[in-house]
Design a protein around this ligand. Structure first.
Ligand SMILES: NC(=O)c1ccc[n+]([C@@H]2O[C@H](COP(=O)([O-])OP(=O)(O)OC[C@H]3O[C@@H](n4cnc5c(N)ncnc54)[C@H](O)[C@@H]3O)[C@@H](O)[C@H]2O)c1
Length: 340
């Protein structure tokens, strides 16, 4: 199978490329190298002789000139929720027009699609109302996990809107032109090769700051660090994508929620403790109490459907994720510090 990974020099894309090349697939990447750290990841692809097409995904004229691929794994996005407040053009062009372009070519080439969607397709209002206790000074108690049947109605951030719209476009093209697809609605993903920032990749940012004895802030919800997320190890996601590719002729046209689940979840405060243990450093953490209207207090995924269909389960918990990021960062500290 001849595979194109869009966003192939990003955190998820590079890991997926490197995982699949070891499984003997023919793998190429498309990335405009706009993300900090993407040039470093490109050097890893080059070592494995994986070609990157340095193309802007929203430019159909350029995109359609690429060769034919059997499968597109769409990992190309402006993935920071807060960016989608300020730079809506960039988010629309990359996330929505990008998917549209992929679909137009997939229709002609009869390519299959695996789309990396997001837990941000769920509405802010629902997520804000599903916690048991509203006292920001206390640990957040979860009432419900989220699955494929949870509502997607209501404002969700422009980022979430573009991801849900892309999902709907994929379903339309599949219906009309028989394009086979899988949609994975992922919660937080983390692991090596992630150049974290506050609103995209907070786990790797936390480890980096601890490793280098730099300052951090708990932002929002009073600044107590009680926000909670499940976190999926990138290797667990790669394993799932591999299973999905193997079964795509039999199992397709489905949407899954995919996340670390109860097996791998953490609040920021707990993450600090794990980072302190693993790095041996204790850093200063400030408080910024104001909460962004795009922030959510918690997210934990219910993986029942994806586990049942693929026999897949999360193997690596948050401690293992921190250990693996720490291993990568400490080994490559000098080469990668300019990307943080
Ligand atoms: N990382 C997560 O926690 C997470 C969670 C849920 C869903 N996702 C989804 O997974 C996918 C990958 O996310 P990631 O964390 O690897 O993000 P990332 O920012 O690390 O990677 C995205 C890559 O796309 C490239 N890119 C951006 N705009 C482009 C454009 N217009 N044309 C061509 N290339 C462009 C960037 O250079 C970057 O290398 C995204 O679709 C994201 O929505 C990620």
């Amino acid at each position: 199978m001849n595979i194109l990974v869009t966003g192939g020099c990003g955190f998820v894309g590079t890991n997926v490329c490197l995982y699949l090349i070891n499984k003997e697939y023919k793998v190429s990447s498309l990335d405009n190298l706009s993300r900090k750290g993407s040039r470093y990841n490109l050097s890893l692809l080059k070592k494995k002789k994986i070609k990157n097409y340095k193309i802007e995904i929203s430019n159909f004229k350029k995109y359609k000139s690429l060769p034919k691929f059997d499968l597109i794994i769409d990992c190309c996005a402006e993935a920071a929720v807060e960016v989608s407040k300020k730079n809506t053009d960039k988010v629309f062009n990359t996330n929505l027009v990008g998917t549209y372009n992929i679909l137009k070519k997939a229709k002609k080439d009869k390519s299959k699609i695996i789309f990396l969607s997001s837990s941000r397709v769920y509405p802010l209002n629902m997520l804000n109302n599903l916690i048991k206790n509203k006292n920001i000074k206390k640990k957040i108690l979860i009432k419900n996990k989220i699955n494929e049947n949870s509502s997607t109605i209501g404002p969700k951030s422009i980022y979430g809107f573009t991801k849900l719209s892309s999902e709907m476009l994929i379903e339309e093209f599949s219906y009309q032109y028989d394009i086979k697809y899988i949609i994975n609605r992922c919660g937080v993903i983390s692991g090596p090769l992630q150049f974290g920032k506050q609103d995209q990749g907070f786990v790797s940012l936390w480890v980096w700051k601890h490793l280098n004895n730099l300052k951090l802030n708990y932002i929002g919800y009073g600044g107590y660090g009680h926000q909670l997320r499940d976190v999926l190890h990138i290797n667990d996601l790669c394993e799932l994508i591999y299973l999905q590719i193997n079964k795509i002729f039999k199992v397709n046209n489905l949407t899954f929620t995919v996340g670390g689940s109860n097996y791998s979840k953490t609040s920021l405060k707990e993450l600090t403790k794990i980072c302190e243990k693993i790095t041996g450093n204790k850093i200063k953490i400030g408080k910024i109490s104001r909460t962004s209207n795009y922030d959510i207090p918690y997210f934990v995924t219910d993986n029942s459907k994806v586990s049942k269909i693929y026999g897949w389960k999360v193997k690596k918990n948050i401690r293992k994720i921190v250990e693996d990021i720490y291993g990568w960062l400490s080994k490559n500290k000098n080469n990668i510090k300019k990307y943080f």
